[in-house]
Structures are given as C-alpha cells and as structure tokens.
Design a protein around this ligand. Structure first.
Ligand SMILES: C[S@@+](CC[C@H](N)C(=O)[O-])C[C@H]1O[C@@H](n2cnc3c(N)ncnc32)[C@H](O)[C@@H]1O
Length: 237
C-alpha cells in the first residue's frame, strides 16, 4: 500500500506511492490553491493547527529589505498565505508597503516539489525555498548577515523536543533586534512542557499566548516585549 510504516512526513525522501490531490482553502481573507500528496504533512486539508496559526499570525509592518522565515514550510500554506497578504496590503495601501522576502525552509523533498509548484500557482514572487535541514542553512544565513523580523512555524513535533529545541535555538539567533517567533502547538502533545524548555533557554524573553483554541496554543516568543493589540487571550506567563 501507499504508506510504508517508516514513511514519516519529515522523511527526506518519502517512499510512499505518489498520489497528488488539489485543495482550495479559504483562510483569513485569502484563498489558497494548493497541491498536496501522500508522504507530506496534512495532505487531506490544511492542518487545523496551521489554520489557527494563520488566523492569528502577527504581521510586522513591512519595510524595504524585511525578511521573514518559515521553518518547516511543508507544501506551503503559511508562506503562501503570508505573501498573498503582503501583496494585498501592497495593493490597497496607498503607501504601497513592500512585500517582504519570505524564506521557506523544508527538508522533505516531496513537500519541496509541491511547495515550488504551489508558489507558482499562487503567483508568489518573494518566496525563497531553503531546501534541506534547517540546521544546515543556519550558518550560511548567519554568514550572509540575513536576519528575520518574524519567524513562523508549525514545528515538526514528531522529530521530538530535542530537535525542535535545536531548531528554535538557531532560529532565536537569527532574529532581527525587535523580531519575534510565533508558533503553534497542541496542548495535549506537550505545548506546556515545550514552553518550559524554551523559557529555560531564554529566561529573559517574553512568551505570550496569542490564542488558545481547540486544544491548540499559539505562542509568541520575543526578546523584547511585543504589543499584540487585543488578540492576547491571557497575559505574560
Ligand atoms: C508540522 S509540519 C508543518 C508543515 C506546513 N508548515 C504546514 O503547516 O502544513 C512540519 C514540517 O517541518 C518539516 N521539517 C522537519 N524537520 C525539519 C528540518 N530539520 N528542517 C526543515 N524542515 C523540517 C517537515 O518535513 C514538515 O513538512
């Protein structure tokens, strides 16, 4: 059958038989036209956690040269939504705020193939795909002096807390001075415990619940206090 036991969504080369499907997903004012397939994360529909994250994304006001990073982009719902939203802001705002550079890191080759197709189908021009393990891109991003105003992720939970912590530690090191990391995690899959570990790594950072919904926690982590209008569901913790 099409799903070998060891074929995890974060496999570099999924072995399952390729079966492509098309999704049209409306999320927070934009419709995404996405191809997905066997062997990638959440092929049947955009993941519930991803949807809740997108619905609650905090979007920094753009400036020329602003960079955004997504870690573990999969077939692209978050990065593509981001570009579509900044394109829209560029069109409707008379000041034409620039569309940021969006870097989308992904390890699964089948997801990368889909991501590249979805970027074209959705008319995205500002997404750079970082192919491979994020930890392999970290040094070259640092060397090039590329820093990020916002880093988003629906992190690869199944890789375990240790790998996730490594990804977060490296991401933290790539943030621009007033930047932030925003992520989603299911409470029952260890969100409170993972948060405790992040607080140990960065005891001086601010960690804010942006939203708690349907068993998912959307969390914003930043080295400086970040104003989140009325969206905060509970204070600092
Ligand atoms: C929970 S999925 C989220 C996918 C996509 N952002 C979405 O919301 O549908 C996490 C993604 O991280 C990718 N991933 C796992 N380990 C990675 C690593 N070390 N570097 C880059 N991507 C990784 C997986 O292949 C998977 O696509």
């Amino acid at each position: 059958m099409s799903s070998p036991k060891n074929d995890q969504y974060f496999s570099k080369k999924p072995k399952s038989e390729l079966k492509v499907r098309k999704l049209f997903e409306s999320i927070r004012s934009h419709t995404l036209n996405l191809q997905t397939s066997t062997g990638v994360f959440s092929p049947e529909s955009v993941d519930k956690g991803t949807r809740i994250l997108i619905e609650n994304l905090i979007l920094p006001e753009s400036y020329p040269g602003m960079n955004i990073l997504e870690i573990g982009a999969g077939y692209g719902p978050i990065s593509i939504w981001l570009e579509k939203d900044y394109q829209f802001q560029n069109q409707i705002n008379e000041k034409n705020p620039p569309i940021p550079n969006i870097y989308a890191s992904e390890i699964n080759e089948r997801a990368i193939w889909l991501l590249k197709r979805n970027i074209i189908t959705n008319n995205c021009k500002k997404i750079t795909v970082l192919k491979g393990d994020f930890r392999d891109h970290f040094e070259s991003l640092k060397e090039k002096g590329i820093s990020f105003q916002a880093i988003y992720t629906n992190p690869p939970l199944k890789t375990g807390h240790e790998t996730m912590l490594e990804l977060f530690e490296q991401a933290m090191d790539l943030l621009a001075p007033n930047g932030f990391i925003q992520y989603v995690q299911m409470k029952k899959l260890g969100a409170p415990g993972f948060l405790k570990k992040l607080k140990i790594i960065q005891p001086d950072w601010f960690f804010t619940y942006v939203r708690k919904k349907g068993g998912y926690h959307v969390i914003l982590a930043s080295p400086t206090e970040y104003e989140i209008e009325s969206k905060v569901s509970s204070g600092y913790f």
